[in-house]
Design a protein around this ligand. Structure first.
Ligand SMILES: NC(=O)c1ccc[n+]([C@@H]2O[C@H](COP(=O)([O-])OP(=O)(O)OC[C@H]3O[C@@H](n4cnc5c(N)ncnc54)[C@H](OP(=O)(O)O)[C@@H]3O)[C@@H](O)[C@H]2O)c1
Length: 219
């Protein structure tokens, strides 16, 4: 491990979490991954699916990214499991909400309430993880598309776009900087409410898009 490399924390080491880790590792960003398993039990899985990444305890997930920068943690846990994620684990960080709502998933009450009120789920996540600053990003591409799209050596104009929605301008800038480094062309689509466009059923979901394709949906 190169001590000059920035570090990003990732909560959830499944298909999405490990895809984010592979893309970031390739682009020179170290990643720490945690799951329900202790680091010792997660290590072999991480070695196979996210070579170079580190398995850590949830309690450690914010620490290295806050110390080395950029102070960003990606949330990549199924929404039905979110009651089991201690909000304190991401305190002080910029939290990328990469999660999606699936009709088949039983949701925690606080998240179901947002769905019932037809609010974007990232608003509920921002409330739940109130010690972090929430940015909706990286949820609208599948794990295969994320790897296909990321091209850190390509000029910005030739890259696939990644949408970003948040109410916090400083957090937005930090996430967009990270996405540029990871190989995407980040496109700000507005506040957390605009994040609806990125959710399942929305026009940005599940499609590899360029900047202009995204901007035509932004008011
Ligand atoms: N798959 C995709 O293509 C994709 C792309 C973008 C976004 N997403 C979204 O990302 C989220 C995760 O999807 P996925 O496909 O990666 O799911 P997945 O393959 O089932 O992996 C889920 C991961 O979350 C971990 N986890 C569960 N509870 C946890 C907890 N309390 N604390 C920490 N980690 C916990 C699991 O750990 P254990 O193995 O230890 O149980 C597992 O590593 C979903 O909301 C999904 O919609 C998915």
């Amino acid at each position: 491990m190169d001590n000059d490399r920035p570090v990003v924390g990732i909560v959830g080491a499944g298909r999405a979490g490990t895809a984010f880790a592979r893309v970031l590792q390739a682009a020179g960003v170290d990643t720490d991954l945690c799951s329900t398993r202790p680091p010792k039990a997660l290590r072999h899985h991480v070695k196979i699916y996210a070579p170079g990444a580190q398995a850590v305890w949830p309690e450690q997930i914010a620490e290295r990214t806050l110390r080395h920068g950029p102070g960003v943690v990606i949330l990549a846990v199924p929404q039905e499991e979110l009651d089991e994620v201690d909000p304190e684990t991401v305190n002080g960080t910029v939290l990328i909400d990469a999660t999606n709502t699936w009709q088949s998933e039983p949701l925690p009450g606080w998240l179901q309430a947002a769905v019932d009120e037809q609010l974007p789920t990232s608003r509920a996540i921002a409330g739940r993880f109130g010690g972090a600053r929430t940015v909706k990003a990286l949820n609208h591409l599948s794990h295969q598309q994320i790897e296909e799209a990321a091209a850190y050596q390509a000029p910005l104009a030739q890259r696939y776009a990644a949408a970003v929605a948040t109410d916090d301008d400083e957090a937005r800038a930090r996430v967009m900087g990270l996405l540029v480094r990871a190989g995407f062309d980040p496109v700000s689509i507005g506040s957390l409410d605009a994040g609806r466009l990125m959710e399942p059923g929305g026009p940005l979901f599940g499609r590899l898009l360029r900047r202009a394709d995204i901007l035509q949906h932004v008011r």
